[in-house]
Design a protein around this ligand. Structure first.
Ligand SMILES: O=C(O)CCC(=O)c1ccccc1C(=O)O
Ligand SMILES: [Mg+2]
Length: 325
């Protein structure tokens, strides 16, 4: 693959495109694809989703470049607690997935288009049944609800879950998040309001959330996230963008470097892919993930190598983003 000169100048000497099938459809995708970049500090992942334009994807490239060219911040912990992520699946499957990785916290996706509140409630009941009364259950609505829908749905789901730890991005707009936060006892986490906003700190200043979700790639890198977290003054949950183990290890590095880490992180997503690029794969055990940079295994990069056409699309995308980064 051709490496743009601005990347070559920074020491990027290898680029490889990968594609890994998902175990269950998530975010309307069935395959997770992206690039790995190799530079002076090691391997990094560049994998913006295809519905992200060049300007937004350029932040993902800045994150990958920073990770491939500079050392990660010193870790304050050796492992990071994670939640298990439950996609929008039937209760029987949700019950089974809740046990994967030994997590004591689950994040259950809700409010997908065409899925009823009763189905979301049944999924939460199944996860509570599987994990027991001591587990923490959170939901993620991905900004699907209006203020009124959120005010109606959240108490129902809170009851079905036997208590929610928090609700992630129930509504899109800050005013609605703030209103829901004021009206209900359930803590509110901001995700899209952080990673897709022009100003990721606006939600904190507006007092529209109790905590912030941070993802390394869309926010431009581990160090940028550390700076934002300090400025926001709110607790942070580090979460994945469904990366391979290479990208996940950057999220783990962020979680390991945050001065406070009061919540389990959404980094236990490698099991949503049918394979990983690192060996052993970055699967949670006892609800924990180990800290440390992970390089891809050559035979796994080969096994999951993108085809000719997909590789060409990534080459074009890398050139477009490099021109803007
Ligand atoms: O936080 C987790 O448990 C998993 C990560 C996750 O949900 C996610 C993964 C890819 C894209 C968006 C999201 C999201 O939090 O909305
Ligand atoms: Mg989210």
């Amino acid at each position: 693959m051709h490496i743009p000169s601005v990347l070559r100048e920074r020491g990027i000497d290898r680029v490889a495109a990968f594609s890994i099938p998902m175990t269950t459809r998530f975010r309307r995708i069935t395959e997770r694809d992206g690039l790995l970049l190799h530079g002076p500090a090691g391997w990094a992942e560049f994998s913006p989703f295809w519905d992200y334009g060049t300007a937004e994807s350029a932040a993902w490239l800045r994150a990958a470049l920073a990770d491939a060219t500079a050392a990660r911040p010193a870790p304050l912990r050796e492992e990071v607690e994670v939640n298990v992520t439950i996609p929008v699946v039937p209760p029987v499957l949700a019950h089974r997935l809740a046990a994967v990785g030994g997590a004591r916290t689950a994040k259950v996706k809700v409010a997908d288009p065409g899925v009823s509140l009763a189905e979301d409630a049944a999924r939460l009941e199944a996860v509570r049944d599987a994990m027991g009364p001591a587990a923490r259950l959170r939901i993620d609505a991905n900004a699907a609800w209006t203020r009124e829908e959120a005010l109606a749905a959240l108490p129902v789901l809170d009851r079905a879950a036997g208590g929610l730890e928090y609700a992630e991005q129930p509504c899109a707009e800050l005013e609605d998040l703030a209103a829901v936060r004021r009206a209900l006892e359930i803590p509110i986490a901001a995700d899209e309001s952080v990673r897709r906003a022009e100003d990721p700190l606006r939600v904190a200043r507006a007092e529209a959330a109790d905590l912030l979700v941070m993802k390394v790639q869309p926010l431009g890198g581990v160090q940028r996230c550390l700076d934002l977290a300090e400025q926001a003054g709110l607790p942070v949950v580090v979460s994945s963008a469904l990366e391979s183990g290479v990208g996940l290890s950057a999220g783990i590095a962020l979680a390991a470097a945050l001065p406070e880490l009061p919540y389990a992180c959404g980094l236990g997503t490698a099991t949503l892919l049918t394979g990983d690029l690192v060996e052993p794969p970055l699967y949670a055990s006892g609800g924990m993930l180990p800290v440390g940079r992970r390089d891809p295994a050559p035979e796994l990069l080969e096994r999951h190598a993108a085809g000719v056409e997909l590789t060409a699309r990534w080459e074009e995308r890398l050139a477009a983003c490099a021109a803007q980064s």
